[in-house]
Design a protein around this ligand. Structure first.
Ligand code: 13P
Length: 257
């Protein structure tokens, strides 16, 4: 059975002190459920780089994984403002978000650059969470699947076979991020199904069937259950609602047996 992943993307929020407090709040709710959560789902929080050390300390002894929000693909060198896989691993990071729409649209990251980052993450034996998603204009033009599948293909281009099993995809429609307007379960299902088909073409059915495809974009405790009820929606990448312990914990517990 495919495992779910519930991931918090804190974006550029929370100082180390605030991050520690939030993790303590999340753990107070989720630690007692750890054995039940472990049956079918993983949980991750991705703080900003300067908060990784405090977050790692606060997560000690828990099964909640640590993630980062970006990573460079070279091992080291003259890349001001970037961080390497080895640096992230030294904090206990196991997942790295790449190609978030804010990286693509605010910072101009191209499909090709995102593909290099994803390949670098996998080569560093970390799990890339590759984000894909269309803008409102692209959806209105009927180009949703064209955009998503183009981003997916470019994003996975450099992933070697031994990295494939660690890949996570996050479908995050740009128009749904931070807007309070989530994709409906039906809209998301169409895209997730197309992503699954493309993953089968790329990696073969056996591997593709195990890879989590997350939905992201205005996920809340109120809409998470209807999204997770769909067969190809395998968890969530959560922004705003991950900044409060009770709402994130409620999302993580969605549909729990
Ligand atoms: P919101 O949950 O705030 O819409 O953000 C989604 C997101 O971008 C997660 O990466």
């Amino acid at each position: 059975m495919r495992r779910k992943l519930f991931a918090a993307n804190w974006k550029m929020n929370l100082t180390p002190t605030e991050g520690r407090a939030l993790i303590a709040g999340i753990r107070a709710i989720l630690d007692p459920l750890a054995a039940r959560l472990a049956r079918d789902r993983d949980v991750m929080v991705a703080p900003a780089f300067p908060v990784l050390a405090a977050a790692a300390q606060a997560l000690a002894g828990s099964s909640i994984a640590l993630g980062a929000q970006n990573m460079h693909f070279e091992e080291k060198g003259a890349f001001t403002g970037e961080v390497s896989g080895a640096m992230l691993r030294s904090f206990g990071v196991s997942y790295v978000i790449v190609g978030h729409s804010e990286r693509r649209h605010i910072f101009g990251e191209s499909d090709e650059l995102v593909g290099k980052r994803a390949a670098g993450v996998a080569a560093a034996r970390l799990a890339p969470i590759l984000c894909v998603g269309e803008t409102a204009d692209e959806r209105d033009r009927g180009d949703t699947l064209g955009v998503v599948l183009r981003q997916l293909q470019a994003g996975l281009a450099g992933i070697a076979d031994d990295g494939a099993k660690r890949v996570v995809i996050a479908y995050e429609p740009v128009w749904a991020i931070g807007t309070g307007r989530n994709a409906t379960p039906e809209q998301a299902t169409i895209v997730h199904g197309a992503i699954r088909d493309a993953l089968r073409d790329r990696f073969g059915a056996a591997t593709a069937n195990e890879l989590p495809i997350l939905y992201g974009g205005s996920v809340t405790p109120d809409n998470v259950d209807s999204l997770m009820a769909k067969p190809d929606i395998d968890g969530a990448l959560v922004g705003g609602a991950s900044l409060k312990a009770d709402s994130f914990a409620r999302i993580v517990s969605s549909g729990m047996a």
